[in-house]
Design a protein around this ligand. Sequence first.
Ligand SMILES: Cc1cc2nc3c(=O)[nH]c(=O)nc-3n(C[C@H](O)[C@H](O)[C@H](O)COP(=O)(O)OP(=O)(O)OC[C@H]3O[C@@H](n4cnc5c(N)ncnc54)[C@H](O)[C@@H]3O)c2cc1C
Length: 270
Amino acid sequence: MTGVAAACRRPLPVRRLGEPAPSAPPVEPNATLVDRRDPAGSVAVLVVRPDAGVHAFVSGQYFSLGLRVADHLIQRAYSAASTAGDDGIEFVIRLVDGGALTPQLWRLRPGDRVRIGPPKGLFRLADGDQRPHILVATGTGIAPLVSMAATLRSRPAPPTTVVLHGVARADELAMRDRLEAWAAAGTWLRYRPLVSRPSDPVNATWTGPTGRIDANLPGILGDLDVEAREAVAYVCGNPDAIGAVSRTLAALRMPSEAIVTEAYWPDPAR
Ligand SMILES: Cc1cc2nc3c(=O)[nH]c(=O)nc-3n(C[C@H](O)[C@H](O)[C@H](O)COP(=O)(O)OP(=O)(O)OC[C@H]3O[C@@H](n4cnc5c(N)ncnc54)[C@H](O)[C@@H]3O)c2cc1C
């Protein structure tokens, strides 16, 4: 008998009248916050170590991170910035004023316990694709792209990769040091951060490119001699920016199947 046939013949569990319903799956904390840094007042980088070790995942995927608040588990999706080989999962998180979870996450300190779910999502770096990679993020959308860049970097011959990161304030470039170090260490990666609000006093010392990421994209790709129509793009973050960047890439003759996107809101799971 095949395994499927055997499973079909197995009696289904029956609950008798008055018998208590099976208890809900446990929602106890199952991971520890092991590191935290705050590059900006509203952007934090958290590293969480699951008790059972880091589950295998593909760069680009997200995990649900949850806390018990007033006897309810509140959980939200967060993309991993680290890779599956690391011993903790790194997240880049924005504080959303009035949000249900992020103000609670802001209270956490190393040693505090959280609930983490399994990896999920179809925003995944494709294996073995040697086309030039154009990675475009706004805000904390940089997280899965850093994970992708780390995976590409580990390949024997990484493809030409351009990372564009747009933020409102320069101090929100949470992964700048890492990406600049990788770009300085090899010719395969080019990193182009840009700031959308140059007149904000917090950006007074910013001397790099400014403005909207979609408006800057054609010029940056042209300067770097990267042809959009021969490349693959992963675009993540603010849904309006994703739409604008996707339209710009299409105008540069990138086929739609080569544009892979992940919008951070609205959350399709809620
Ligand atoms: C697949 C996926 C991956 C995600 N990965 C990340 C990540 O790596 N880092 C991260 O910071 N967030 C990420 N998010 C967003 C995250 O899941 C939450 O929505 C966010 O942290 C707000 O949660 P909250 O409970 O504080 O606010 P909520 O009470 O849930 O919502 C407040 C409202 O704020 C808006 N909002 C949500 N996120 C933002 C934002 N970043 N900026 C401005 N407004 C926002 C939405 O309109 C939302 O309805 C991701 C979302 C998805 C769907």
